[in-house]
Ligand binder design. Structure first.
Ligand code: TRP
Length: 427
């Protein structure tokens, strides 16, 4: 049976919270236990440097997040579990990918754009206080993923754009240098992808609305009591739809328990009682892990040694792969024979459509121009025939033919039209 590779990282910029657990740690640990799955999980401490300039906090957070993952049942023998900064190949690959990534693509990254919009609204320079690190964030993340040729990347919805960018990087590199990278797919846990926080917005460090995963029991109880609700009295029927409390409950409960809770909402359960039930349900799942977590926090040497072992495993993949990539781009031993034998690639291919099948079993195409820049990325089709029909229509009618099955025009309709025209000339 062929194995599927899962890879995900958590930025080491804070204390892990229930949102991290539900959205990332728990599904990742579960996925790692399945047959035919090979998992790479890591602590994204290079990413943390983008946001945090407090060294002690980086160190503390790295320990806490590693301990959380281990306490949640991650088996470091089964999983390659490592710290990003222990893999020097990752910054090297970041540079390779930087050189095949359009700056315009990075301009459109959500996190960067949000900073620019904020500055513009405040009447500041668009890039005021924006570091090049923030701008390059997606490329570093692309390197994380492509270094291990992961097929599936379990992430929250807010990270989907980054995975799409990593796909583009894979395509761009492959187009120039041959098929080295597998274009990754985002894996979203539909029911619990993002957990609301205390104030009802997405649970996130940046909103300061989180519930720490391993808060002591009493503190957990207090925090849960602070979840925002409306002011309906006990006895009044309550709406589950916009209730942060209900959504958090659902993330921990079985479907049956959730149905029961929904009934209680309709019957007018008081908020105090609902919070009590939520607390008990969460604590039931977390309590057994809390002890192991505390042990690891008290024995950081143990965590360090587990991560060192993981880094060795990761580098046994990364080091030889990086050697291949260096070779591919031309960073070669000067005495090796390629120097006289191989000319610059004589590919004079014009624009072209590429059809391929993904791990999800669907059929895709992309349209790239003569320089290999991605112009169109399709969504998945059920059959090669359907993908072929969409291409034929596109060729005949131009980009205006693009209906819903096509996910992304990565270039202006004019550029696409020009590339289609060049294709017609080739035929
Ligand atoms: N950007 C991710 C986050 O903040 C963390 C991350 C870094 C990551 N590199 C990754 C996630 C690679 C998945 C794959 O949530």
């Amino acid at each position: 049976m062929s194995t599927v590779r899962y890879l995900t990282g958590i930025t080491t910029s804070g204390t892990p919270h229930l949102g991290n657990y539900v959205g990332s740690i728990r599904p990742s640990v579960q996925a790692s236990l399945r047959d035919g799955v090979e998992s790479f999980y890591f602590l994204a401490d290079y990413h943390a440097l983008i946001k945090i300039d407090d060294p002690a906090r980086i160190q503390r957070s790295t320990l806490e997040i590693a301990a959380s993952w281990l306490a949640a049942g991650l088996n470091p023998e089964r999983v390659t579990f490592y710290r990003q900064s222990d893999i020097p190949e990752i910054p090297e690959l970041t540079w390779f990918l930087t050189c095949v990534t359009g700056k315009g693509i990075l301009n459109r990254a959500h996190a960067y754009k949000a900073s620019v919009d904020k500055n513009t609204q405040a009447g500041l320079e668009p890039d005021a206080d924006v570091t090049a690190g923030l701008f390059m964030y997606p490329v570093l993340m692309g390197a994380d993923i492509l270094m291990f040729n992961a097929h599936h990347v379990p992430v929250g919805r807010d990270q989907i754009q980054h995975i799409e960018m990593a796909r583009d990087m894979a395509h761009s590199f492959n187009h120039r240098y041959g098929e080295h990278f597998v274009p990754p797919l985002a894996a979203i846990e539909e029911s619990v992808a993002t957990l609301p926080g205390l104030d009802g917005r997405k649970m996130s460090k940046s909103y300061d609305n989180t519930i720490p995963l391993f808060a002591p029991r009493e503190q957990l109880k207090k925090l849960i009591a602070g979840i925002k609700t409306d002011s309906l009295e006990p006895g009044a029927a309550k709406d589950t739809k916009d209730s942060a409390l209900f959504q958090i409950y659902q993330a921990f409960a079985s479907p049956e328990e959730t149905a029961t809770m929904a009934k209680l909402f309709a019957q007018g359960i008081g908020w105090g009682e609902a919070k009590e039930k939520l607390f008990e349900r969460i604590d039931q799942e977390i309590a057994p892990m809390r002890e192991r977590y505390q042990f690891l926090i008290d024995h950081p040497k143990e965590v360090q040694s587990i991560l060192q072992h993981g880094a060795l495993k990761a580098r046994s993949v990364a080091t030889p792969f990086m050697a291949t990539l260096r070779q591919a781009v031309g960073l070669r031993n000067l005495a090796s024979e390629a120097i006289n034998g191989v000319k610059k690639s004589t590919k004079t291919a014009g624009a072209l459509f590429k059809q391929y099948r993904e791990k999800d079993g669907l059929f895709y195409f992309k349209f790239v121009d003569a320089k290999g820049e991605l112009l169109i990325q399709s969504l998945g089709f059920e059959s090669p025939k359907l993908a072929g029909q969409a291409i034929a229509q596109l060729k005949a009618e131009g980009p205006s033919a693009l209906g819903s099955p096509l996910s992304a025009l990565n270039a202006s309709p004019e550029r696409i039209e020009a590339a289609l025209e060049s294709l017609r000339e080739q035929d």
